[in-house]
Design a protein around this ligand. Structure first.
Ligand code: BGC
Length: 763
């Protein structure tokens, strides 16, 4: 034992002597991390520093011959010079090892790459799209889903994800609504924390493990408010809205220890966020004391020229680095411009040192300097991806993400035997669309389809008819999806099947590639001929269960009015069909709640529950002069927080402990929730507040608490909430957080539009 220790001591001494001789003392693990960073920084040339701020997309068959010509050759050359700090979208142990080996073995300092990838809703085994996951309001399950994604991605050599997307949005037209947690900053903050901790672990030390990856909060900030829901569009917003609605999930991610932030493509009040010192330097790095790094969005430094904000590449580089963008994703601009700009005295050396320090810090925290190949283990890659445990986790997440929007005739759950069931809809048999949008590492056609899920239930007679194509032809992540707007030739067969059935299950909605980046829509109805199909099938058999597939809120007023049962099944990932079948047959009692408002029509947009009053919100005199539409109801089709169960819940005894509180005192609220139906089930109990009068008008309702409660039939539970200053205040336009005295209304219920109400005074 003693001899062992002595030998280890000698070995360490020899290694350190050798490292010091090579000036590689930053590799000495016994030194504090910050010291290791500054030791390394001292060794680096300006070009090597700038190189750390440069990220390239994957480019050539890295395990094949060296590239000749074009950007591939340039990237290869830069890798060998140590001018690349990170690569994205290189995946697989063999491929990652090939690029890592170049920088570790062929460059002077051997600084390892950090390998980024869009692990957004799973890696190979896919979870539901993030918006769907948010409908579970189940933070443990969401965290678990991110853990599975991290496990699979890290086994494939990746150590950094560009997620979670924490963009709050009110825009159903915007395709990237599928990537976030919906419209609410409170729910969004809780989910941001769960996702960050799922990817990274609970503490910084967890980053050293091989099954965690660094996370990114994106897109900083306000991208979700793209004007008219048009992708990459401008955003105009006052500070109060920014601080109260947009920033909270980012702040929560920061507090959960997220190691990077990504800026974005949008302008915020005329300034590209990539060039915004207000966001990146002031708010993020100064006010919030964030010590990780900022990665730009893909080529967003270059896009500042097209925005009309930067004159040329050199101007763009200067503006981005001054604003606090630390790493350039695929603009080729930092690597081309920064060293020159520093030498000319146009960019301060400290800015470069600050950016590089941040990037190196995360690399050290991940343990990449101690072992650049730590994620690269073929055996683990083989054994950890697509396991039974991964499938179980994403199935659990999929079940929990389903929202029962309507169940009028008690068509659901389906009887298990003696029924003739007609299953209709191309999406019902689709094994690709349910995988969603961000699924680069997963194989096409690997989802369990709804058809396959239902076929496992043998007691009924199941007939399948497509009815109509939704998106004929090949669909991909990078191409426009072509929609069938004309071919109704298979309607008749579907109608015949429907006519002969006791119950019709019809799966309609968007293809998985109709939402996501670059996929804004102006029409939120069922794409193509699907509405027509639905109405024709209804005419022959109105006993319809409509299963919706979509990556955004849809506007389906006819269906909401006429179809007796509607199940929101989003795109649920690899295990889609199993989850949907279990819910339809009642083996899983759905308990999800909408994390976004569903409009009646696109003209209502933006429509969201935490809106403001107007001076004339309600009609008091029967005249026309009040806030309304003359051609549509202004209320949503389905409210934020809405979601049914096969059982029923009743709320009673809403109590606030005292009628008056002093500022700073915890406000204690309780409510009784009873399961009054015939099934055990889960209810998400929601607490909203309204600050009735304030120096800045406040939304009519704001979510400030929720609890997932499981109740056996006949059971009653008391649910308790506590409100503190953290929930009762708001930010002013000067970014000051105020908790103001006055009356607060409290609403508790199973949806934002169905609540019990009480109030208290804050003195
Ligand atoms: C997206 C980012 C993504 C990046 C890298 C961009 O187009 O906006 O969210 O992380 O590409 O794939």
């Amino acid at each position: 034992m003693k001899l062992n220790k002595t030998l280890t001591g000698i070995a360490t001494f020899l290694l350190m002597t050798q490292l010091n001789a090579q000036n590689k003392s930053y590799l000495d693990q016994s030194k504090p991390l910050e010291e290791r960073i500054s030791l390394l920084l001292k060794e680096m040339t300006l070009e090597e520093k700038v190189g750390q701020m440069n990220q390239y997309n994957g480019f050539w068959e890295v395990t094949g011959p060296a590239p000749k010509g074009g950007t591939a050759e340039l990237k290869y050359d830069h890798l060998k010079k140590g001018w690349v700090g990170s690569m994205l979208t290189v995946r697989g142990v063999k491929e990652v090892r090939a690029v890592q080996k170049i920088v570790v073995e062929e460059t002077r300092l051997g600084i390892p790459l950090i390998i980024g990838f869009d692990v957004i809703h799973g890696y190979k085994t896919l979870s539901p799209i993030p918006l769907a996951e948010a409908a579970s309001w189940d933070l443990e399950a969401i965290k678990k889903s991110a853990q599975v994604a991290a496990l699979e991605a890290s086994a494939s050599g990746i150590n950094w994800t560009f997620g979670p997307n924490v963009d709050v949005t009110h825009e159903a037209r915007w395709g990237r609504i599928m990537e976030g947690a919906g419209e609410d900053p409170f729910l969004g903050s809780k989910i941001a924390k769960a996702r960050v901790q799922g990817f990274q672990g609970d503490t910084k030390a967890d980053l050293l493990k091989t099954n965690t990856i660094a996370a990114t909060a994106k897109h900083f900030a306000a991208y979700g408010y793209a004007e008219a829901g048009l992708e990459y569009n401008r955003v105009e917003m006052g500070n109060a809205e920014l601080y109260n609605m947009v920033l909270p999930p980012f702040k929560a991610a920061k507090e959960a220890g997220v190691r990077s932030f990504m800026n974005g493509f949008n302008l915020l009040n005329g300034i590209p966020v990539t060039g915004s010192g207000f966001l990146q330097r002031k708010i993020l790095k100064k006010d919030w004391k964030f010590d990780g790094f900022v990665i730009t969005d893909y080529s967003s430094i270059r896009e500042m020229i097209a925005h009309g904000f930067a004159k040329d590449e050199s101007d763009a580089a200067t503006k981005a680095v001054v604003a606090g963008a630390d790493m350039d994703m695929e603009s080729y601009i930092y690597v081309a411009e920064l060293a020159k700009l520093v030498r000319e005295g146009k960019v301060k050396q400290e800015l470069i040192d600050d950016a590089v320090t941040r990037i190196l810090r995360v690399k050290f925290e991940l343990g990449l300097f101690d072992d650049p190949y730590k994620y690269l283990d073929e055996k683990r890659e083989k054994e950890s991806i697509g396991t039974k445990a991964s499938h179980e986790a994403v199935l659990d997440m999929a079940r929990k993400s389903i929202v029962l929007l309507k169940n009028d005739k008690n068509l659901l759950p389906l009887k298990k035997s003696g029924q003739k069931i007609a299953l209709i809809g191309e999406l019902a048999a689709d094994k690709n669309s349910p995988l969603g949008s961000w699924r680069i590492a997963s194989d096409d056609n690997t989802a369990v389809s709804v058809l396959e899920g239902l076929q496992k239930y043998k007691g009924n007679q199941l007939t399948y008819e497509k009815g109509a194509d939704v998106a004929p032809g090949k669909t991909t992540f990078i191409d426009e999806v072509k929609i069938n707007t004309a071919d109704t030739s298979e309607f008749e067969a579907a109608k015949t099947a429907a006519k002969n059935a006791d119950v019709v299950i019809i799966v309609l909605g968007e293809h998985g590639f109709q939402s996501g980046e670059g996929r804004s829509r102006t029409d939120l109805g069922l794409p193509g001929v699907q509405q027509e199909l639905l109405e024709e099938v209804y005419n022959v058999n109105p006993n319809i269960v409509l299963v919706l597939n979509n990556g955004r809120p849809l506007a389906i007023p006819w269906a909401a009015e006429n179809i007796p049962a509607i199940v929101e099944a989003w795109q649920l990932g690899t295990e889609t069909g199993n989850a949907v079948a279990e819910v339809l047959y009642g083996d899983y009692n759905p308990g999800g709640k909408l994390p976004v408002t569903f409009p009646r029509n696109v003209g209502q947009l933006p429509v969201y529950y935490n809106h403001y009053s107007t001076g004339r919100y309600n009609n008091t005199d029967g005249l026309v002069f009040w806030s309304h539409y003359i051609d549509s109801d202004k209320t949503p089709q389905f409210a934020f927080g809405h979601g049914l169960s096969y059982t029923t819940f009743e709320y009673s005894d809403l109590k606030i402990e005292k009628p008056e509180y002093q500022k700073g005192d915890p406000v204690k609220i309780s409510v009784k929730v009873s399961n009054t139906g015939n099934y055990d089930g889960k209810e998400i109990v929601q607490l909203y507040i309204h600050d009735v009068t304030a120096s800045l008008a406040r939304p009519v309702k704001e979510l400030k608490g929720f609890e997932n409660v499981f109740l056996r039939k006949g059971e009653t539970k008391t649910v308790n909430f506590v409100l503190t200053d953290a929930e009762l205040g708001f930010y002013t336009n000067e970014a000051q957080y105020l908790v103001e005295p006055g009356t607060f209304e409290i609403f508790v219920g199973g949806s934002s539009d169905k609540t019990l109400t009480s109030q208290f005074e804050l003195k």
